[in-house]
Design a binder for this molecule. Structure first.
Ligand SMILES: CC(C)(COP(=O)(O)OP(=O)(O)OC[C@H]1O[C@@H](n2cnc3c(N)ncnc32)[C@H](O)[C@@H]1OP(=O)(O)O)[C@@H](O)C(=O)NCCC(=O)NCCS
Length: 225
């Protein structure tokens, strides 16, 4: 039996690109499909050796050393150098892990708290005035659990302007609408609508936010933080 690896529904990805036209998607995977249904030579991203090596080394050094340097300027400059698109007034606080820096986009005045995990391997896009509290984990996909090679299934995430993701929340690949709130410890497994407040595991709508609230700046850049 021969079976292609599972992929994210192209319509789902297209909807995310429509919501965030500057979302950076990595090149698609390449592989050889064997007659017995197994997959050989799987590469999650089909890219040249130099680009791949740059991304790997950049990620390794950031997560081992640079993320702990108590300077916003140094951390942001490093992330930009290795391909991240980061707006004015943004912050990525200390101890945050970034996977695949090249495919990360952060808007203006958006703040990422300490010790977060930003998995951008499938593309991660945060809009303007987004706030991630500390220890937030944003995942970039899963695995095809019914394939004999347990292949990855990358899926991008888009977070629109004025979203607040509270402490220790975890998001599976999704589209979070403008002004939504993800409560502390929530596990988001599907899209969140505009202005919805979701909480729990799996996250469900617990309240609705007032549209008039979306006037603040998400810029919080404490020195050495
Ligand atoms: C989501 C949040 C903002 C809601 O606060 P609130 O408006 O004061 O809400 P309430 O405490 O009145 O609770 C409203 C309902 O949501 C539920 N709820 C609140 N927080 C929840 C959570 N984290 N998970 C699941 N349900 C939650 C409550 O049980 C309540 O349900 P009920 O009406 O059935 O009793 C808040 O609970 C939260 O998660 N804050 C995050 C704090 C944080 O991470 N700070 C870091 C600083 S950046």
């Amino acid at each position: 039996m021969s079976r292609e690896p599972a992929v994210t529904d192209p319509d789902v990805v297209a909807a995310k690109v429509a919501a965030a036209p500057t979302l950076k998607l990595p090149p698609p995977p390449t592989y050889d499909l064997l007659p017995d249904g197994r997959v050989a030579n799987y590469r999650m991203q089909s890219m040249g050796l130099f680009r791949k090596a740059r991304n790997r080394v950049g990620q390794l050094l950031y997560n081992m050393f640079v993320t702990h340097i108590p300077s916003h300027h140094v951390r942001l400059a490093y992330l930009r150098l290795f391909g991240a698109t980061i707006g004015k007034g943004a912050a990525v606080n200390r101890g945050t892990t970034v996977l695949d820096i090249e495919f990360l986009t952060i808007g203006n005045n958006t703040t990422v708290g300490g010790r977060c995990m930003l998995d951008a391997r499938a593309g991660l896009w945060l809009g303007d005035n987004v706030i991630l509290a500390s220890d937030v984990q944003m995942l970039g996909g899963g695995h095809d659990i019914n394939h004999p090679d347990f292949l990855p299934v990358p899926n991008p995430t888009v977070v629109e302007d004025y979203v607040w993701i509270a402490s220790r929340a975890m998001t599976l690949p999704c589209h979070i609408g403008r002004g939504a709130v993800v409560a502390a410890q929530a596990v988001v497994i599907k899209d969140v609508g505009e202005l919805e407040v979701v909480g729990g595991n799996p996250a469900k709508v617990i309240a609705k936010r007032s549209p008039g609230a979306l006037q603040y700046s998400g810029r919080f850049r404490a020195p050495f933080w």
